[in-house]
Ligand binder design. Structure first.
Ligand SMILES: *Cc1c(COP(=O)(O)O)cnc(C)c1O
Length: 235
């Protein structure tokens, strides 16, 4: 266990350094980019080790695991729901998640707003955009989101903080940059044409394989899993 804590710490330091370098390269302040540590394939002790390293923004892609782990872990954790959310799983997630990154339809947004209203709460969300248009991906089509913005804005109990996307798998991370750029440009167009008052400040984009490219295109949140657990062995 001690060994795995050290390994995790050094993986984390390497990731933090690479985030810092990408920020410097793009002339951005390090504080402009939040690391969300994705824990979906991490064992519980590894997640505990992350919190010992002062990482409190944790991302889960499955609602059940988010719920289970929020009961098992202590401390000021901010849970990020990053995976597909079925409408019947909204309630338990709302009770625990600081931010839902993966709102991929108006129906889901409507349901989140309704349940948040019942709980007298405002839920912070990002809208997931399928920038590449791949058929195996969920999310709003970019053109659809722009056209539907009036409806998107109609829900009272959600605060839309920005947009999220996943780039296609590519061999060279540089090839992912255009997708990240398109998400930023879509955000800029929506803010401009609909005078969105908060400016949709958050762009959640970039994973282990492409986070530097995402930071160069304006990511404010990177969702990183596998790089953090390199060399750790499942028990
Ligand atoms: C798993 C996952 C990640 C992290 O992926 P890694 O390649 O392991 O860094 C990021 N975002 C989403 C939505 C995921 O499901």
């Amino acid at each position: 266990m001690q060994g795995s804590l050290e390994l995790l710490r050094s993986n984390l330091e390497r990731v933090q350094r690479r985030i810092g370098d990408a920020c410097a390269q793009s002339g951005r302040d390090r504080s402009a980019v939040l690391l969300v540590a994705v824990t979906k394939y991490a064992q519980l002790p590894w997640v505990q080790a992350l919190t010992q390293c002062d990482v409190w923004d944790l991302g889960e892609s499955r609602p059940q695991q988010l719920v289970a782990r929020s009961a098992e872990l202590q401390g000021p954790i901010r849970w990020h729901m990053i995976g597909q959310l079925q409408r019947n799983k909204v309630r338990p997630v709302l009770e625990r998640a600081t931010l839902i990154h993966s709102v991929d339809s108006l129906r889901l947004l409507e349901r989140i707003s309704r349940i948040a209203g019942e709980r007298a709460q405002q839920q912070h969300v990002l809208l997931e955009v399928n920038v590449s248009g791949e058929s195996n991906k969920t999310g709003f089509a970019a053109s659809e989101l722009e056209a539907q913005w009036k409806q998107v804005q109609a829900y009272d109990n959600v605060v839309i903080e920005g947009l999220m996307t996943m780039a296609p798998r590519v061999d060279d991370p540089q090839q992912a940059r255009p997708y990240f750029a398109q998400l930023r440009q879509l955000r800029d167009r929506i803010v401009e044409s609909h005078a969105v008052s908060n400016g949709l400040p958050q762009l959640s984009m970039g994973m282990s394989g492409d986070f530097e490219a995402a930071i160069l295109e304006g990511a404010t949140m990177v969702r990183i899993g596998s790089l953090l657990y390199e060399g750790l062995e499942s028990s």
